[in-house]
Design a protein around this ligand. Structure first.
Ligand code: NAD
Ligand code: TYD
Length: 353
């Protein structure tokens, strides 16, 4: 079996669902259920004995030690993190606590467990750490995309905390021999993404007639990766990646934010027209994010060359599926956008207008 952390969040839940759709190898899912964790994402696994959910913190050695000893997983896949740049600007401490200190404790637990395995199980064990392209910093318009050897230059408390965790993971391989794998991926989108991130926020706001808040001039560029493609890449890295190596995962889909939002508006105009007019009328430019990285772009050549992985979706196909999913699952979003979420909108958007 495998131990997944953060498996009630956006990417982790997609990963657990895809994993159990493709294999009977069981999953222990350790998640703290912060504001971003949502057991509704895993509702289709209710009663499925292959999925064992545990509410807990990756930084809690007692819990992690017990899970490792009880279930004896062949791999740990670490998705657990604080993941939103804007939240890291308003409150960086949780990011340091989970992303840095939490990952450190998880590594310590994995090292102790791995040290007690027999030689065959030690050789087969993997600690796969899921990270982000944001650790590489910001690119100019004509700079070459990030490769695995691009120097780290994080600019937000979020990316700095992820960079720190990546360094610890690397050090545990070089110092202790722990068989680690690190993946640095670009912006994911797809089902179950919390509506604080660009794409689900814009879909939700459009459907509820609210302004679509574009930070600055809307020309910041991201590379967009459909979440199912990210999950297939992680499975491939787990299966065939070389311990100690880093793999960049990208969608070969660079797009400016404004173009993304226009695409969403056009799709909604087709799928659920608004009698009040085209959704693009709601686009509103607001004050920029402090330290806003201008461009991220991933060179995903290494994972293609070494492991034969490339994304299956284009942005056109992935965004269509995503908009369809959010239209069909409006109850899922409705359950989120109360309480804490409303407070977050005031914190982040209150003084941007
Ligand atoms: P998310 O915020 O949707 O989910 C994070 C999950 O981790 C939640 O279920 C939360 O409850 C859990 N969690 C948080 N702190 C925890 C702790 N201390 N112990 C146990 N569980 C904890 O995030 P996501 O978008 O699914 O991202 C998953 C991983 O992928 C993160 O490591 C993130 O840095 C990375 N990543 C995400 C993106 C993206 O576009 N979403 C891009 C690149 C990398
Ligand atoms: P986001 O989804 O927060 O991901 P990240 O900051 O990790 O790339 O944001 C994606 C891009 O969209 C980023 O350039 C910021 C921008 N953005 C907006 O313009 N408006 C918004 O309301 C949000 C949430 C993001």
């Amino acid at each position: 079996m495998i131990l997944v952390t953060g498996g009630a969040g956006f990417i982790g839940a997609n990963f657990v669902l895809d994993w159990l759709a493709g294999t009977d190898e069981a999953v222990v899912n350790l998640d703290k259920l912060t504001y971003a964790g949502n057991l509704e994402n895993l509702a289709s696994l209710d009663g499925d004995a292959r999925h064992h959910f545990v509410r807990g913190d990756i930084g809690d050695r007692k819990v992690v030690d017990r899970l490792l000893a009880e279930h004896r997983p062949r791999a740990v896949i670490n998705f657990a993190a604080e993941s939103h740049v804007d939240r890291s600007i308003h409150g960086p401490e949780d990011f340091v606590q989970t992303n840095v200190v939490g990952t450190f404790h998880l590594l310590e637990a994995a090292r102790a467990y791995w040290g007690g395995l027999n030689a065959t199980d030690q050789a087969a064990f993997r600690f796969l750490h899921v990270s982000t392209d944001e650790v590489y910093g910001s690119l100019g318009p004509t700079d070459a995309p990030f490769t695995e050897t691009t120097a780290y230059a994080p600019n937000s408390p979020y990316s700095a905390s992820k960079a720190a965790s990546d360094h610890l993971v690397r050090a545990y391989h070089h110092t202790y021999g722990l068989p680690v794998l690190t993946t640095n991926c670009s912006n994911n989108y797809g089902p179950f993404q919390f509506p604080e991130k660009l794409i689900p926020l814009m879909i939700h706001n459009a459907l509820t007639g609210k302004p679509l808040p574009i930070y600055g001039d809307g020309q910041n560029v991201r590379d967009w990766l459909y979440v199912a493609d990210h999950c297939s890449a992680i499975r491939r890295v787990l299966e065939a990646g070389r311990p100690g190596e880093v793999y960049n995962i990208g969608g070969w889909n660079e797009m400016p934010n404004l173009a993304i939002v226009h695409t969403i508006c056009t799709l909604l105009d087709e799928m659920q027209p608004d009698p009040a007019g085209a959704y693009a009328r709601l686009i509103t430019h607001v004050h920029d994010r402090p330290g806003h990285d201008r461009r991220y772009a991933i060179d995903a050549t290494k994972i293609d060359r070494e492991l034969g992985w490339r994304p299956a979706e284009t942005f056109a196909t992935g965004i269509k599926k995503t908009v369809r999913w959010y239209l069909d699952q409006q109850g899922w979003t409705a359950n989120i956008v109360s309480g804490e979420y409303r407070q977050w909108l005031t914190t982040n958007y209150g003084d941007r207008a």
